[in-house]
Every structure is written in structure tokens, then in C-alpha cells.
Design a protein around this ligand. Structure first.
Ligand code: SF4
Ligand SMILES: [Zn+2]
Ligand SMILES: [Zn+2]
Length: 313
């Protein structure tokens, strides 16, 4: 198999692009796809200060490295979830990456705010671990972006993440989530601008990039990931992609071409609960962060874990 760009030996075949690339041409391909995503959707402007949410996985560390190579000013943010060995290994990869490249890094620990781990949150709320974990991450990411004065918050979601999310939201017609199923969300009062510059690249492409660039990342899976529905959706979508290359890209970007027509209101609240609450510029009585209800969902989660009460939503 030869590289389509220079005829050297190819190391990766990309059926959806009808291409195969050698390491050097693949590197150029990845940088150009990220640059194109940023430019097409005005994700990051020169002079922006980007807070990169880094979990310790391949996507977020590769994103941080790519943004650095593209010349953006970045600070990493890692939330230590307190999930045993998985979190210890994740944190150590993030710290090593930051020190190797001399990049600023902020770390916070979920346990400093919540009286327990992700598993304790799941038990107290009687909801899947990923639900409380996702809520906590959104809260910490937004709060840290605002506190550090970052103008953009970037996460390492790739094409597969975004397509599987869209697929799940469509299966259940979650309008409130579909309206936000985009790789760029503008900043609002109390809410940071959020972008996903890896949206044009697949999981396989990101794993290849991390390997070729010798970026060490956490290899073990989060012990809760097996419960995530997203894995099933990704498996199904990969089968469709194998039979018809390019489907994932066409599905997501076809939706993004139509999203303003489907959801012309712009950025509605993220959950039904928020939609039924106060004005979007309301503040949580307890923590002072943006909230659609008198006490924000994160502070209510903390309280639930603390008292050990479980309420059905
Ligand atoms: S798999 Fe779920 S619990 Fe684990 S880090 Fe991801 S969102 Fe959190
Ligand atoms: Zn080549
Ligand atoms: Zn709060």
C-alpha cells in the first residue's frame, strides 16, 4: 500500500477519504483537518487563550499537542476523578506531558468538592456513573475556564464521539441535546465558549496520530466505560462505516448543515430541568456559578452524596 500523496510506504488506510498515507503525509493530514475544523467554525481566533480539558487519554493529549504545534496559547486542565488506578495513571500521563512540553497545567480533584468518588455519586443518585461524572466535568471545565480567564474551552471529542452522540440523541429525540450537538458552542453570560477541534478525525486516526507522535497516554479503560451506551452506538456505526465508508462523516456534517434550520433558537438550556427553571443568567445560591435553578445541579448532586439521599429525577 502506497501513500496517495508521495508514493512512499503507507501506514494508514483511510477508506472514507479514499486515501492512504505515510507517516509524514498523515501528520500533515491531521494538522490540516484540525486547522480546517477550527477555521470553518471559527473555533479559535489568534490571541485566544485555550483551556484544554485533558483526561490523560489519547484524544485530549493529542489535541493539546496539536494546538501547541499550531501555535495557540494553551493551558491544560485535568479533573482527577478519583477512580482508583485509572485516575492515578491518567493524572500521571497528563503531568508528564505538561512538564515534557513546558505547558501550564491546572489540576483539581473531584474529592475536594464532593464527599466521594464517581462510584459514590452513582450510588447516591442511582444513576449511571457516567451521568454524574459528565455533570461534574461540565461544571469544573466551565468554572475553571472562567476563573483562569481562558477565552475558549477545548475538548478532545473526535468524529466517532460526536456521531455516536448524535445517533443516541436522535434515537430518543432529545431535542434539548440535539440543539447543542455541535462542535462549537458560543460563550454566554457565565458560560465559556466550547469547541471540539478533533471533530473531523476518527478514533482510529487519533490513535494512529498518538502512536506516530509517541504520545504516552492511559491505556486502561475507565472501569465504568463498559456501561456507556456510546460504546454500543460506536460499534453499530463502525459496522455501517465498514460497509459504506464516509457514512459517519456525512451523517454528522449533514446534520450540522441543517442544525440552524432544525433548531433556530440558538442555544437552549442543556437539560429539561434547566429549561423549566430560572432565567439563564441566574446564579446558584450556593456556589455562585451560572444556574437555571436556585441551586445548581452540581451543588444538588454534592448535597445528595453528602446526605446519602437518592431522589428520582
Ligand atoms: S467512562 Fe463514564 S465514569 Fe468513566 S470517565 Fe468516562 S464519563 Fe466518567
Ligand atoms: Zn506520503
Ligand atoms: Zn452551585
Amino acid at each position: 500500500m502506497k501513500c496517495r500523496a508521495c508514493t512512499r510506504k503507507a501506514v494508514i488506510k483511510l477508506p472514507s477519504h479514499n486515501s492512504a498515507f505515510c507517516p509524514d503525509c498523515f501528520d500533515r493530514f491531521v494538522l490540516s483537518q484540525v486547522g480546517r475544523a477550527i477555521e470553518e467554525r471559527s473555533m479559535i481566533a489568534p490571541g485566544d487563550h485555550v483551556l484544554v480539558a485533558v483526561s490523560g487519554g489519547k484524544d485530549s493529549l493529542a489535541l493539546w499537542e496539536i494546538l501547541m504545534r499550531l501555535g495557540f496559547r494553551t493551558t491544560g486542565f485535568h479533573l482527577d476523578l478519583g477512580i482508583g488506578d485509572y485516575s492515578r495513571e491518567s493524572r500521571s500521563h497528563v503531568e508528564s506531558f505538561a512538564s515534557r512540553h513546558g505547558l501550564p497545567l491546572t489540576i483539581e480533584s473531584l474529592r475536594d468538592e464532593v464527599d466521594g468518588s464517581v462510584s459514590d455519586i452513582a450510588r447516591a443518585t442511582r444513576r449511571p456513573a457516567c451521568s454524574g461524572c459528565g455533570l461534574s466535568k461540565r461544571y469544573f471545565f466551565n468554572r475553571t475556564a472562567l476563573r483562569t480567564g481562558a477565552t475558549v474551552l477545548a475538548t478532545g471529542h473526535n468524529l466517532d464521539d460526536e456521531v455516536s452522540r448524535l445517533f443516541g440523541n436522535l434515537l430518543h429525540w432529545h431535542d434539548e441535546y440535539l440543539a447543542k450537538n455541535r462542535p462549537d458552542l458560543p460563550s454566554l453570560e457565565g458560560l465559556s465558549k466550547k469547541v471540539k477541534p478533533l471533530v473531523r478525525l476518527t478514533e482510529k486516526e487519533m490513535a494512529t496520530y498518538a502512536f506516530l507522535r509517541k504520545i504516552p497516554y492511559v491505556l486502561q479503560e475507565c472501569p465504568h466505560s463498559a456501561d456507556a451506551k456510546q460504546l454500543l452506538y460506536k460499534k453499530l456505526l463502525n459496522e455501517v462505516e465498514a460497509a459504506s465508508p464516509g457514512t459517519k462523516h456525512a451523517f454528522l456534517f449533514g446534520f450540522l448543515d441543517r442544525i440552524d434550520r432544525f433548531y433556530p433558537e440558538g442555544s437552549p438550556p442543556e437539560t429539561k430541568e434547566e429549561a423549566s427553571g430560572l432565567a439563564p443568567d441566574g446564579r446558584c445560591e450556593q456556589c455562585g456559578e451560572i444556574s437555571w435553578t436556585p441551586v445548581c445541579s452540581f451543588c444538588r448532586l454534592k448535597e445528595r452524596v453528602r446526605t446519602g439521599l437518592s431522589e428520582k429525577r
